[in-house]
Design a protein around this ligand. Structure first.
Ligand code: ADE
Ligand code: ZN
Length: 336
């Protein structure tokens, strides 16, 4: 799409708040790292790997996503992956990004916690000085594992507390409700970490409520199934709870059959604090601007919606008040 609206959404300043850094590993980089680290893959070529990206649901994606992450072994690998993402983010006019990482995916393979976090953190710091992109790192607990394993991961993270802005909850949502992680989230809250959780992606609206009430999260990742509960929608609007919506992900994982069926217009009409995100861009067919162009192509959205999405992205960010205002001023200036 080369319409003026597509140009506008590509060029406008924006923040990204839901992006799993391991989900930015492109097949080419997976193969390059596999070669560098002498890791064998169950795919013969980049093409064969890409061909396997035909997902039927969240779990079918996660199986391949964890296999892809198996090539990450050294601090430099984590740096290279994060740097590649930041260059893509810069091209998409991303001014601020809050990225997730899954330490348990790496520590389970014998990669020490420090290796992953210091590689990612070094790239984020370089991104601030060389690319002018502000950023934060959110550590996710894998919800298919136990709460005791999450607590042990938090212990490993304590020496690196200053590298983290928050914690999140990801992986297989079905049958793993937020309340399974009550104690670890309470401990993170005491540590002053921001709290977020995936909820209402494949799981029911009830999981959005328990993420808010039991875990006391500040943002909901995805949350698109909230529309099944009218009372919940009213609450999300009243309390200005941000929903980090990921449209290409939702279509690839069959949450919606087509982009034309995505409920983003209804979420915006309900006055919800939604913004767009790429989730796992290497697996779902695109980075942040690809998500913007896809939704503006397929759905009845206008310039005012673009402005709202850009505003919401900075509003929902874990930024200090001054930085947030500077970015919001830049959005208003852009739309003048
Ligand atoms: N891990 C990476 N991407 C995810 C998603 N979309 N949902 C849950 N866990 C994930
Ligand atoms: Zn996600």
């Amino acid at each position: 799409m080369t319409s003026p609206l597509a140009q506008l959404v590509r060029q406008m300043p924006k923040a990204e708040l839901h992006m799993h850094i391991e989900g930015s590993l492109e097949p080419e980089l997976i193969f390059a790292l596999a070669k560098r680290n002498q890791v064998s893959l169950r795919f013969d070529s980049v093409e064969a790997l890409r061909h396997a990206y035909a997902f039927t649901d969240l779990q079918s994606f996660l199986d391949i996503y964890y296999a892809g992450a198996s090539v990450l072994l050294t601090e430099q690998d984590f740096f290279d992956m994060t740097w590649a993402y930041l260059l893509r983010a810069q091209a998409d006019q991303v001014r601020h990004t809050e990225i997730f990482f899954d330490p348990q995916t790496h520590t389970a393979r014998g990669v020490v916690f420090a290796t992953a976090i210091t590689g990612i953190d070094r790239a984020l710091r370089q991104g601030r000085t060389e690319l002018g992109i502000s950023s934060g790192l959110i550590m996710c607990f894998l919800r298919h594992l136990s709460e005791d394993e999450a607590l042990a991961t938090l212990e490993q993270a304590l020496p690196f507390r200053s590298m983290l802005i928050g914690v999140g909850l990801d992986s297989s949502e079905r049958d793993h409700p937020p309340e399974k992680f009550t104690r670890v989230f309470a401990r993170c809250r005491e540590l002053g970490l921001h709290l977020v959780a995936h909820a209402g992606e494949e799981g029911p609206p009830e999981y959005i409520k328990t993420a808010l009430d039991v875990l006391q999260v500040e943002r909901i990742d995805h949350g698109v199934r909230c529309l099944e509960d009218v009372e919940l929608v009213r609450r999300l609007a009243r309390e200005r709870i941000p929903l980090t919506v990921c449209p290409l992900s939702n279509v690839k994982l069959r949450v919606f059959d087509t982009m034309a069926q995505h409920n983003l217009p209804a979420l915006l009409d309900a006055g919800l604090a939604v913004m767009l995100n790429s989730d796992d861009p290497a697996y779902f067919g695109g980075y942040l601007n690809d998500n913007f162009v896809a939704v503006f192509n397929a759905l009845p959205l206008e310039r005012k919606h673009a402005q709202q999405l850009a505003r919401n992205s900075f509003d929902a960010a874990f930024l200090d008040a001054d930085s947030k205002q500077r970015y919001l001023d830049e959005v208003e200036q852009f739309f003048k």
